[in-house]
Design a protein around this ligand. Structure first.
Ligand SMILES: Cc1cc2nc3c(=O)[nH]c(=O)nc-3n(C[C@H](O)[C@H](O)[C@H](O)COP(=O)(O)O)c2cc1C
Length: 439
């Protein structure tokens, strides 16, 4: 397949034709009403089948409390009508932060999170008359830790590709077993705090090669947390068990999970680096057995292979495949997850690249049972009202859609707070001018 740059599609038919030409399976449904149906999970109901994905705004206060800008984002998401708001990565310890403005939950910050949730729920009720389910994503940033905005990697084990990418020396010390056990306790405590703050549930994040995701693939690590499958999933299972102990049986524990790392010899890959979902599905089985009922399936890492993680029209490099192949790969992951565990709710990822055509692939995924919910990431920055537009106004106006242009990521990488400089110009265009254009 030839790499593609720019955005080549002007009609849904062109997407259909391109997918057929490339031999890609994409679910397509022109009737969007299926996205408006409530989604029932065990112990929770989403008012519709649309979700806002976790999207870091890097706009927390230095101490990790939500700022006025954070509140603005979540109020806008809530007003926008999505039935599931999956709140961005929240650290549970200062050293786990991916940037100096990442949200952080602790005793002191609890009232601020409580206030954010109250305002978010009130906005959803006022605008849509519904109560979205709100999930907190708890993170240990692992390799990508940058608490002071300079890299401070905490690695699971050495990985030739990622170490070279990060220029880490051979003797760089990996996280110890004792530090992993501390992470278990810190994440479990974080889950209890999230419950106290009023979140409906907690995602113990295991994606994008942050620590919990990296640990799933540490085949060379000796000791209880590395090597064979049962060791590599130990950290995850111990954390789920410890969190469950603190939050009780009825609370939602969820997981945003990588189904395919797309780096050599790692999680969810076969020996040629192609997707092999055997182990992710097995881990999912263990989590389902522990009462997890909500999953969000994703792939890759934004730091090494962003074209896998979020197919784009323009970015840091020309992707080695048409972005449509990346969209289809992401769909294949959630399809496998949802088919294997039909009793749980799986959220699909990777629709934003499709711009105004994204609702038809989202509706196709839900209609065909590939996912029960379609989640939107960059699109929610560009147009937080996307769910209302799809459900009440028949679709997305091309003037409001995400262009998958990478500007939100550029802002983030430049150390700014982030959002969409193209569609949310009042706040983010001046920042884009300041941080990116001046350079
Ligand atoms: C600026 C930015 C921030 C993100 N923050 C998070 C995050 O906190 N947690 C997470 O799991 N994914 C995060 N993602 C990934 C998105 O949730 C999503 O998986 C990705 O953008 C692909 O979906 P999309 O095509 O709808 O954008 C982020 C992506 C971007 C561009």
């Amino acid at each position: 397949m030839e790499p593609v740059t720019g955005y080549p599609y002007h009609s849904l038919q062109e997407i259909r034709d391109a997918a057929a030409r490339m031999g890609l399976e994409l679910p397509i449904c022109e009737d969007l009403s299926v996205l408006g149906n409530p989604v029932r999970g065990e112990g929770f109901t989403l008012p519709n089948a649309l979700a806002v994905h976790p999207m870091e705004g890097c706009d927390g206060e230095p101490d990790g409390k939500p700022s006025a800008l954070t509140l603005r984002r979540y109020e806008r998401f809530a007003r926008g009508g999505a039935g599931l708001l999956w709140v961005e990565a929240i650290a549970v310890h200062p050293s786990y932060r991916a940037n100096s403005r990442q949200l952080m939950i602790n005793e002191e910050n609890l009232p601020a999170f409580r206030e954010m949730l109250e305002k978010t729920r009130a906005a959803a009720m006022e605008s849509c008359g519904h109560r979205p389910v709100i999930i907190a994503q708890l993170t240990h940033s692992g390799r990508w830790s940058r608490p002071q905005n300079v890299p401070a990697p905490i690695i699971g084990w050495h990985d030739a590709v990622l170490d070279a990418h990060q220029k880490l020396p051979d003797d760089y010390p990996p996280i110890t077993d004792q530090e992993l056990r501390e992470a278990v306790q810190n994440l479990a405590r974080g889950a209890a705090l999230c419950r106290e703050a009023g979140f409906d549930g907690v995602d113990l994040k295991a994606c994008h090669l942050y620590l919990y995701s990296e640990m799933l693939g540490v085949v060379d690590r000796p000791g209880p947390y590395g090597g064979p499958f049962e060791n590599r999933i130990r950290l995850m299972l111990e954390t789920v068990d410890a969190a469950r102990e603190k939050v009780g049986r009825d609370y939602i524990l969820a997981c945003r999970m990588n189904f395919h790392d797309n780096t050599a010899g790692r999680w969810g890959n076969d020996e040629n680096g192609q997707p092999d979902f055997t182990e992710p599905l097995q881990l999912m089985g263990e989590l389902v057995a522990r009462g997890e009922r909500l999953f969000n399936i994703t792939m890759g890492t934004p730091y090494y292979n962003p074209h896998v993680n979020r197919p784009y029209a323009t970015g840091g490099y020309v992707p080695p495949e048409p972005p449509l192949a990346g969209v289809a790969r992401l769909q294949s992951g959630v399809r496998a997850a949802q088919a294997a565990y039909p009793q749980v709710v799986c959220v699909g990822t990777g629709y934003s690249y499709l711009r105004g055509f994204s609702p038809y692939i989202a509706a196709g995924a839900v209609k065909e049972g590939w996912a029960k919910v379609a989640g939107f990431g960059r699109q929610s920055f560009a147009n937080p009202n996307f769910a209302n537009d799809i459900l009440r106004h028949g679709g997305l106006d091309s003037k409001t859609t995400c262009l998958a242009c990478g500007k939100c990521t550029m802002l983030m990488r430049a150390g700014s707070v982030t959002g969409c400089p193209v569609r949310d110009q009042e706040i983010y265009l001046p920042l884009y001018r300041q941080y990116i254009m001046k350079k």
